[in-house]
Design a protein around this ligand. Structure first.
Ligand code: ADP
Ligand code: MG
Length: 155
């Protein structure tokens, strides 16, 4: 597990950018934790790493937003689904191996999540402090982010 502590918004976005640079098409990233924890901030950083120039906002009212970069970036917020994810084509979107897929509130669509994913949890420590924990799940992510390969660097 990789632990990152940030002291402001910019650092959380930068952390997202650094992780984003380690991602490849088909990767699924799950963002968990409290409201205001920094999930969307971190997602903005991942989007930048994908070459997305558009402004990335919380997708809360639309469930899915698709952005074009040198890698397509799918931003999903499952909060409003509360488990009713059948028949809206989300599973097909999540298994698209051309895009980077970032999911906020993944617990609401647990039944359709891929086995391999990078789970990231956000803990609110104080007004400006956040603790970010990276938990690689499955061989693909463990090889890239596991104990002995946990280098996060600029590319
Ligand atoms: P979430 O998507 O988890 O609900 P957001 O990223 O939308 O969270 O919001 C985080 C809020 O917390 C923003 O208003 C941001 O300005 C504020 N903030 C303060 N400190 C930090 C930090 N270290 N990292 C991220 N956001 C922070
Ligand atoms: Mg959010």
């Amino acid at each position: 597990m990789i632990k990152i502590k940030t002291l402001n918004y910019e650092q959380t976005e930068a952390a997202g950018y650094l992780i984003g640079k380690q991602l490849a098409a088909g990767d699924v990233v799950l963002l968990e934790g409290d409201l205001g924890g920094g999930k969307t901030t971190f997602a903005k950083g991942i989007a930048k790493a994908c070459g997305v120039l558009d402004v990335v906002n919380s997708p809360t009212f639309t469930i899915v937003k698709i952005y074009q970069g040198h890698l397509p970036f799918y931003h999903i917020d499952a909060y409003r689904l509360e488990g009713n994810s059948d028949d809206i084509g989300l599973e097909e979107l999540i298994t698209d191996n051309h895009a980077i897929i970032v999911i906020e509130w993944p617990r609401y669509i647990e039944n359709i999540l891929p086995k391999d994913h990078l789970k990231i949890s956000f803990n609110y420590l104080s007004e400006f402090e956040r603790e970010i924990n990276l938990m690689p799940v499955g061989k693909k992510f463990q090889e890239r982010f596991g104990e002995n390969n946990g280098h996060i660097m600029f590319r």
